[in-house]
Design a protein around this ligand. Sequence first.
Ligand SMILES: [Zn+2]
Length: 452
Amino acid sequence: MVYENRLLILIISRLQRIYRLYMSKFNIARGIGVFLCFTIILTALAFQFQKEKPVPELSISSENMVEISEDLDLDSYGFNRFNVEVNEGKVRRNESLYLILRDLDVSPQKIYQINQASKGVFQSNRLKPGQKYLTYTGEEGTERLILHTNALDYIVFDWKDDIAIITGKKEVTTKRAETAGVITSSLYETLMDNEVSTLLGLRMSEIFAWQIDFFRLYPGDNFKVIYEERYVDGEFLGIGDIIAAEFTVKDQTYDAFYFENETTAGFYDSQGNGVQKALLKAPFKFSQRISSSFNRNRFHPILKRRIPHQGVDYAAPIGTPVLSVGDGQVTEAQYRGANGNIVKIEHNGTYTTAYLHLNGFAKGIKAGTRVRQGEVIGYVGKTGRVTGVHLHYMIYKNGQPVNPLTIDLPPSKALQGDDLQRFKGKVQRLEKELSDISMEGEETVASLLSID
Ligand SMILES: [Zn+2]
């Protein structure tokens, strides 16, 4: 709809321009005639674009319609390509907007005006190598440049008459896709050949992180997945939402279905129970070696007395990203004596977690920051009173340290009432769809990570 309205606005402005031109060249009476003619055509076009009602019977000759459609060849940005040459280019290293425009024979004065008009919308020194741009060249030279700041967002620089700089966004279309795979080997590298399956694998490992140890997959383990692919102008942009997935490990099958309403969004099993827990099992994307467990009676070898070890030590390499194990609010992010750089996160009234000896904090992490589950909050280091690089990780339940490795983590909420009814209807269809995905002939894929 938005796109269609934009087309309409564009057509109106074009017609107004032509009308003004006619008015200046012919007498007023003829001008009015031409204007009326355009108004009728415009009305017809409007109806066509709205697609709500059939084109009503208007006293309009079919020849006029044909003429207009021949002059109109709108591209995906809503601009007419009729009698216009459009070229595509990529920003080169150290290339500025000034250089690009100069090469298009735009006068220095126009370039200056474009630069002035761009203020607040675009900083001309912010061009990055590789950015895509399109140029529109008409009979009087190049009149427009569209610069893509990424695959979706773009800026239109228009200088044919008045200078106009507007921003726009390409429409993303999604397509439903499905795939299946069987684990045949354990090499992560084999997956690297196929970008899509690598991304899908990672996404599934996030969904099933609480049930499946993705470091311990075996040949024969398999999965099926229904997901969305995102496209812009028919070009593959990436993987969108995962709609449903099934993962079988050692003959046990886990399933997950995406569901969202006004307040929640997430993955649920076929019974409507949250698949993801309120807290992650560990504050890392990939599992790390535990060098010291939770122990209330640990005898300290140097201090020669019993000092409880109220957390888990992970011997992760320096700089390894540390993730928040749950949604929450940072209550502390600072250097604090023997703890070194510490981040403390309050997840709810019951659970708080702490991450000690960090090398540094992730950007924006400070007291008061809200974080999401899985967000990077800092990096493994050896600050404070430590003998080597490690992360000391703690969970407090109602203010008391508890063992992160044995605690029964709370599940995310199960669906209830109307939501559950709606969900079950959806699951029925998706389960059928999943079972229809054939394992035969599907490409086999390797385990995400090597088994050592
Ligand atoms: Zn420790």
